[in-house]
Ligand binder design. Structure first.
Ligand code: IPM
Ligand code: MG
Length: 355
């Protein structure tokens, strides 16, 4: 089993180091190869997703990804910005199905900004379509640019588009995931305004015919954003497009106590996957040793489950995370009175020991 390890920028290197540490404790027959991605790759090779990194990722069973981005690259032409690396990996590998589970661990109920009774026992699954929508719409650009470059442009546009097959395949993923859970899917769109959303809703209803055991309902995205903080436990599987899924998954992460707890899996039709925390590179806290590595460690568990067929090992990691939380260990983002504040490395060490 071959794993491409792409730490990236900012806290990416720190959290991935802890995830690799945990993975090594399992002593599985794994081959790991590390490569540069994002701003780090731009510095070294002049491109955020060098050919060699993409090749390595495509030739691996799974990719363990940290995070990319830094404000210092904001002035670069868009194709050279760090974020293009993750978008390029998703598109080139066909990673259309993004799983972002939001589970509130009992020990962290107090760490959320919401009332404990709202989130205690929370276990929802956001399924985000990842290779379509306004992220990849054509054409895109700034109209009336001075010299073909953006400064000074008077108008800009991006195109939101979805095709029927793109919606169908993510619908199947959502209904099949729901069959293994409470058999309910909420499809989130903005069909009162957008044609892409009307198509999305129509196709969801069509595909639902093939899953008579699953109940489908629909919610407008603005209402969904409100319901997520009003009554989050009313959701089970939430399926939505790329842009809405980006926003709602950040929102949902706070239901779990911290965005530092939310893992993710991005899968293609062949079962290859990219695993990354849902959070970003957090340049403001990079290098301080205070980032929470648990989202990345939990992403490793998802990798073992979805791409490497190692369910038992995945469960062991999840149990180890529970155990360190039980022991009262907390990075700053999930710290509350009466618990023990630990660093990124100490948290990784603790999970390794618990394993
Ligand atoms: C995410 C991130 C990315 C996205 C960025 C880094 C391009 O926010 O994975 O949620 O928007 O998809
Ligand atoms: Mg995001």
């Amino acid at each position: 089993m071959k794993i491409a390890v792409l730490p990236g920028d900012g806290i990416g290197t720190e959290i991935v180091a802890e995830a690799v540490k945990v993975l090594k404790v399992l002593d599985l027959p794994l081959e790991m190869e590390t490569a540069l991605v994002g701003g780090a790759a731009y510095e070294a090779h002049g491109h955020p997703l060098p050919e060699s990194t993409l090749k390595l990722a495509m030739a691996s069973d799974a990719v363990l990804f940290g995070a990319v981005g830094d404000w210092k690259y904001d002035k670069l032409d868009r194709p050279l910005r760090p974020e293009q690396a993750i978008l390029g990996l998703r598109k080139n590998m066909g990673l259309f199905a993004n799983f972002r589970p939001a589970i509130c661990y009992e020990q962290l109920v107090g760490a959320s900004s919401l009332k404990p009774e709202l989130i205690s026992g929370l276990d929802i699954l956001i399924i985000r379509e990842l290779t379509g929508d306004i992220y990849f719409g054509q054409p895109r650009g700034r109209r009336i640019a001075t010299d073909g470059h953006f400064p000074g442009a008077e108008e800009a546009f991006d195109t939101m588009r979805y095709s029927r097959p793109e919606i169908e395949r993510i619908a199947h993923v959502a209904f099949q995931a729901a069959q293994k859970r409470s058999k309910r899917v909420t499809s989130v769109d903005k069909n009162n305004v957008l044609e892409t959303s009307q198509l999305w809703k129509d196709v969801m209803i069509e595909v639902a015919q093939q899953y008579p055991d699953v109940a489908l309902d629909h919610m407008l995205v603005d209402n969904a954003a409100m319901q997520l903080v009003k009554a989050p436990k009313a959701f089970d599987v939430l399926v939505t497009g790329n842009m809405f899924g980006d926003i709602l998954s950040d929102e949902a992460s706070m239901l779990t106590g911290s965005i530092g707890m939310l893992p993710s899996a991005s899968l293609n039709a062949q079962g290859q996957g990219l695993y990354e925390p849902s959070h970003g590179s957090a340049p403001d806290i990079a290098g301080k040793g205070i980032a929470n590595p648990l989202a990345t460690i939990l992403s490793v568990a998802m990798m073992l489950r979805f791409s490497l067929n190692q369910e038992a090992a995945a469960l062991r990691i999840e149990a180890a995370v529970q155990k360190v939380l039980q022991q009262g260990l907390r990075t700053g983002d999930i710290y509350s009175e009466g618990t023990t504040r630990v660093s990124t490395v100490q948290m990784g060490d603790a999970v390794a020991r618990a394993l």
